[in-house]
Structure formats: C-alpha cells, structure tokens
Design a protein around this ligand. Sequence first.
Ligand code: FDA
Length: 396
Amino acid sequence: MPDFDVIVLGAGAAGMMAGIEAGKRGRKVLVVDHARDPGEKIRISGGGRCNFTNVNATHTLGRERFLSSNPRFALSALSRYTPDMFIARVKKQGIAYHEKTLGQLFCDGPATQIVSMLTNDLRAAGAAIWTGREVGSIEKTADGFDVMVGDGRVTATSLVVATGGKSIPKMGATGLAYQIARQFGLEVTDTRPALVPLTFEPGALEQLKPLAGVSTNAVVGHGKTQFEEALLFTHRGLSGPAILQISSYWRDGDAISVNLLPGADALEFLRAARKATPKLHIQTVLSDKLPRRLAQLVGELINQPGMIGDLSDKKLMAAAEQVSRWRLKPVGSEGYRTAEVTLGGIDTTGLDAKTMVARQVPGLFFVGEAVDVTGWLGGYNFQWAWASGWAAGQVA
Ligand code: FDA
C-alpha cells in the first residue's frame, strides 16, 4: 500500500489548490516544499496585497492573455475553474478585496490572508504539509511513485508537480519541475524571464538615468502587441506595468516603441501649440503633458532649439514621431532575479488539457507556472495556478 494517494511537490498557489481539491475527494494527500513556509510567492505578490485574480481571465480571453506555444491549451482549465469560483472562496473567508484597475482584484489587507485561507483549507481537507524538506530522486513503481523527501522515501499513487518556474531563485525557485518532466520523457520549451524590467546599454542608460523615479502613462509596443499602462524609469532601465507586460513579448535584439501621449494625436497637439503659443520652446510645450524631466529629455532628443512657432511642418512631424513612436532598444532584462514569472516550460503537447496529467505517464501531473502557460500581469498567473491546480485535484 502506498503511504499516500497523492504527493504534491510544491506548496505554492497551484500545489495547494491541487492538494485541497484532491483532499476534498477523500484522497490522502501530502504536500511537500523545501521552503520553510508555504505560499511564499503569494505572500509577497501584488506588493504584499496579492492580486489574486483578474475578472477578465475568462477562457474566452485566454488565447490572448495567456502566452504558450499552444495558446488553446489553457482554455479548458480556465473555463472549468473561473475567477468567480476563486472570488467565492475569498468572500466566504470574509477577506476584503477591491478592483484596482483593468479587472485586477487585490486584497485590502495583507496577502497572508490568502496563504492562511489555503493552508487552512488544506488542513481541513486532511492533507499533511511537510515544509523545509528537500525533494530527491523520484522513481516510477508499479503502484505509482516513490519519492525521496528529506532523508526518507514516501510513496503515492499520484504525483502532482507544482514546483513553479525559475523566477526569483532567492525565494526557492529551482526548475525542479523541468528536471522531473525530462526524466519522464516530456519536452520542455525554451524558458526566459517574463514580467521583468528591461535594461539598456551604458550609453542609453546614461541618457535615461536622470529620469530615474519618473513615471508616466504610455503605450508601449512590440510588433502588433501594445499595452497602455504606467511606464517607470529606473536606475537600471525601464520598469512599470507597461514594460513588464511587453517584456513577455520582447526578444533579444528587438526594439520597443513608446508613445508618450496615449489617446492623443501628437502632431495635432504640436500644431495646436505652434498656433496658440508660438514663442514657447518645444520642451515647455511638452511639459504640459509630460513630467518635466521627461519633457526635457524628449526635447533634447527632438533637438529643435528655438521657438515652436518657427518649426516647419516637417520638423513638427519629426518631433511628433519622437514623442509618439520613441524607439528604444533594450539589451536585456533584469533576469530571473526579479522576473515575476517564467515564460515557457513543460511542453503542453505532453499534457492533457482537462486534467494536466502527463499523457504517457498515468498518475503524473504538472500544474502552475512550471507548465508552458504564462499570463499577463494583473492576476492572470494566479488564476492559471488556481485553475490548473484545481483541474489536477479533480482526478489525481
Ligand atoms: P510557486 O512558485 O508559487 O510555488 C512553487 C513552490 O515550489 C514554492 O513554494 C517553492 O518553494 C517550491 N519548490 C520549488 N522548487 C522546489 C524543490 N526543488 N523542492 C521542493 N519544493 C520546491 N501573479 C499574480 O497573478 N498576481 C500577483 O499579484 C503576482 N505578484 C507577483 C509578485 C512577485 C514578486 C512574483 C515573483 C510573482 C508574482 N506573481 C503574481 C506570479 C505568481 O506568484 C506565480 O505565477 C505563481 O506563484 C505560480 O504558482 P505556482 O504554484 O505554479 O509556483
């Protein structure tokens, strides 16, 4: 007889959800984590307020808002476990929350409330939680799986791998899930840091550095993809939600475009200013719409000293181009050290979309960030963790 019905590796968002659901079905569950406490990423998420879901994370928007080599893969789990279902849990616990922007739901109080809700639910479902234990070798047996945990071996019929991706190694990210996937013959797609600040070469950085701390609303684009959100200049380069979002699409060597006047026609604006205030310098005109330091830099880049009234249409068009299609070429990102998620992961072709079980290995499940499904910023990644964990928990 195996020691447990289900062993879940990783007491993060996806692992706890899988453990709760399996436990509720009467399965004897063990959740193992090498961290001292469960749910460490939940605790620090959303600036400590946990952006626990996004009301727009429905399956109908999934193809656009969840990146994957197979954008359809996530839709099944997302349609079966919806944001409303997680919101109902939060409400039942009396956890107060609010919508911040763009459908993003945050706790009013600390994110630890979500961690407590999940650990309480796990215990209520009869699951054992072993933290501070290293996971060693894993073997397939006739009955299921034999896993080295700490100094001892434990066995179970089902194994749910929920050890996340590579982002923030300091917080315990290891890439163990990829290793297990490869051991059992599953493919792993290329991985890269995502939802991450972008960095610049020293020359460009020198130019941007005086703006460190300046934030403005902008449309940041890469190819056909665009996000209108806050853009933040930092000592290392660019950050803020608009940059984190575009970082999931950006590739080495590519440029990004920045429109500093979202919702406005830059040329019309400059033409109107030329008529109304011809004696002003272009920097002064721009400071009406942009933070002063930013207006100054953009003014320098436009490099048209003198009064706006003296600028020809051609020069005004070039200035408008600089303001609304500022091309910037990042050299890299801050990497896994600060990335919120890992793009890529366990190839979905080896997994069943409804249950998250490995097609060729009965009883072996992969859920959460470890899988090649990456959501937009704003609660989408937790919704994927809840939904994929829930899906596995129904059958594991
Ligand atoms: P997760 O990483 O949460 O859990 C994996 C668990 O496995 C961890 O507990 C880890 O210790 C354990 N583990 C790893 N290797 C192991 C090993 N070798 N042995 C044993 N255990 C091991 N998303 C969102 O939707 N809203 C938000 O507000 C935020 N905010 C946010 C802030 C920051 C700073 C970060 C880094 C990330 C976010 N995210 C987010 C993303 C979100 O945290 C992420 O998508 C989920 O935590 C993924 O859940 P998983 O359960 O898949 O992995």
